[in-house]
Design a protein. Structure first.
Length: 167
């Protein structure tokens, strides 16, 4: 009977060794798979961080371009309002016709004057040439709104004024 126990013990040891080897092989397979997945993860995360850096740089470039374009348009607004002022219109009347405040008219005119002078241009806190822009003003503007009297039916002065307003 002692011999039978020895056979069972040898069989049990062999089965235990096979189970341990299978377990180690499964662990090695999982470890290899984990290494491959972690390599893919770190690579993708690095590329993702690169995209974030690219986006931040691109946004900064766009912000700078937008500020430059906005500044150019604000100078155009100021030049147009300054031309009206030079023709003798009051700030209040210009503001009423343009649909902005007196302060905004002054700021636009200052920006146009600063752009005409050498040196860095000044920037105020007023946003673009609102409301409607030049096309919106010209489309909704009538010569009668100016309070200009014309001689007779459509005198030459009125035609010049309409041409200037619609240009």
């Amino acid at each position: 009977m002692f011999m039978g126990n020895k056979a069972i013990t040898k069989e049990a040891r062999r089965a235990a060794r096979e189970a341990a080897a299978a377990s180690q092989e499964e662990l090695a397979r999982r470890t290899r798979a984990n290494v491959e997945d972690l390599a893919a993860f770190f690579s993708a995360r690095e590329r993702s961080d690169t995209v974030d850096e690219w986006l931040a740089e691109r946004q900064q470039t766009l912000r700078e371009q937008a500020a430059q374009r906005r500044g150019e348009q604000r100078v155009q607004c100021g030049r147009a309002l300054r031309a009206m002022r030079e023709r003798g219109e009051s700030l209040r009347e210009i503001a009423r016709m343009a649909g902005v405040t007196d302060k905004t008219v002054r700021e636009f005119i200052r920006e146009a004057e600063a752009a005409a002078e050498p040196g860095p241009a000044r920037r105020s806190g007023v946003e673009g040439c609102e409301p409607g822009g030049a096309a919106g003003v010209a489309a909704n503007f009538r010569i009668e709104d100016l309070g200009v009297r014309t001689s007779g039916a459509g005198g030459a002065g009125a035609e010049r004024m309409e041409a200037r307003v619609n240009a």
